[in-house]
Write a protein that binds this ligand. Structure first.
Ligand code: GLN
Length: 351
């Protein structure tokens, strides 16, 4: 009915264009319907995976082994800033590798898209997140300092942390945490027990930092870069914080609740592209195949995913699969996104 009448109106006179827009615009109708649909999808995924016991907490960082494996929280944030949740969305876990996205984004925001592309690269390694062979592989194929890495695996992430400018470690840290705070829309704090635990056991990351310095990716103090990287990985976040951070990327770099423009919208697609190719490490292709969503996991059990223009989603559930990605988070997020038509490669569902 609406379509017929608006077509007739538009055919009549030029001034009717306004009427066409007003009459045919589906936005208010969709928004009114969005609430129950999103909540129903979140509730269904929570119920379906609540009892799933697959996977195992990370234990190479001793503090992570102690986190309650039953912790399970889901949050979705839509364009209007509404938050849909299920389960425990208050308990904080360490952000771990999800911080890599926001530190890379900080560098891109300040220094441009080329900065990361030229120094580190934007190519998947296809290897585990802390692979040293991946560093050697790139080097032996294309030479020292070749930008054939990415900022979402440890070598590239420690390098991107080293690129954050500042006159002192404190000044650099203020920028890193500031960017995370703005994306989350609240002041976050470091989980000191995790920071200490990882600092005491991060010799492998120190080796990676030293290699990246030796090969010319890191130009500043690599020990400081490894320490700040370890600190950023220890930032405490809950599922709601993570979903808000994902939503900030979903809505062109603007936090949908605080409305703060955290990053230029023109720079966001570059961030999402690296997430799509490397966000779930060597399982990134598999994830993308099923969801189409740029995403990022952390060994603390969180995963964020971004459906550009539609929603940001996050799940926290500590048990991980062999690639280091939360088992329940992947399953719950894929179900919810597919129920909401979140895959950017798919045609919009006709109702
Ligand atoms: N801090 C962790 C590490 O460097 C982060 C790894 C991850 O979340 N995949 O090993």
């Amino acid at each position: 009915m609406q379509r017929t009448s608006s077509t007739a109106v538009s055919a009549a006179i030029g001034a009717s264009l306004l009427a066409l827009v007003v009459v045919a615009s589906p936005v208010p109708v969709l928004q009114a319907q969005a609430g129950p649909d999103v909540q129903a999808a979140v509730d269904a995924a929570y119920a379906k995976y609540k009892g799933l016991k697959e996977g195992k907490n990370a234990d190479y960082i001793p503090a992570l082994a102690k986190v309650d494996p039953n912790l399970f929280g889901i949050a979705v944030v839509t364009a209007d800033g509404k938050v849909y949740t299920a389960g425990d969305v208050k308990t904080e876990v360490s952000i771990q590798s999800i911080s890599k996205v926001f530190t890379m984004a900080q560098v891109i925001q300040e220094q441009g898209l080329e900065s990361i592309e030229k120094r580190i690269g934007v190519d998947a390694t296809g290897a585990r997140f802390n692979s040293i062979i991946a560093i050697e592989g790139v080097r032996s194929v294309v030479g020292t300092g070749a930008p054939e890495m990415n900022a979402l695996v440890n070598p590239g992430a420690i390098s991107s942390t080293s690129m954050v400018t500042g006159g002192s470690a404190d000044a650099v840290w203020a920028k890193i945490i500031g960017f995370h705070n703005d994306a989350a829309g609240r002041p976050l704090t470091v989980l000191e027990d995790v920071y200490k635990s990882e600092s005491d056991s991060n010799q492998r990351n120190q080796a990676i930092g030293a290699l990246m310095f030796a090969y010319g990716y890191i130009k500043t103090d690599w020990k400081q870069a490894v320490d700040l990287y370890t600190r950023q990985c220890s930032i405490g976040v809950n599922a709601k914080d993570l979903a808000m951070m994902a939503a900030t990327l979903a809505f062109g770099g603007t936090n949908p609740v605080t409305k703060k423009q955290v990053m230029d919208s023109a720079k966001v697609p570059g961030v999402l592209a690296v997430m799509a190719t490397a966000g779930l490490y060597d399982d990134s292709g598999k994830w993308l195949y099923h969801t189409g969503l740029p995403a990022k996991s952390g060994v603390g059990g969180g995963i964020i995913a971004v459906s550009p223009g539609k929603f940001g989603i996050a799940v926290v559930s500590p048990p991980l699969d062999d690639a280091g990605n939360s088992v329940r988070a992947q399953k719950a997020m894929a179900d919810i996104s597919n129920a909401l038509g979140g895959n950017p490669y798919a045609l919009a569902k006709k109702n």
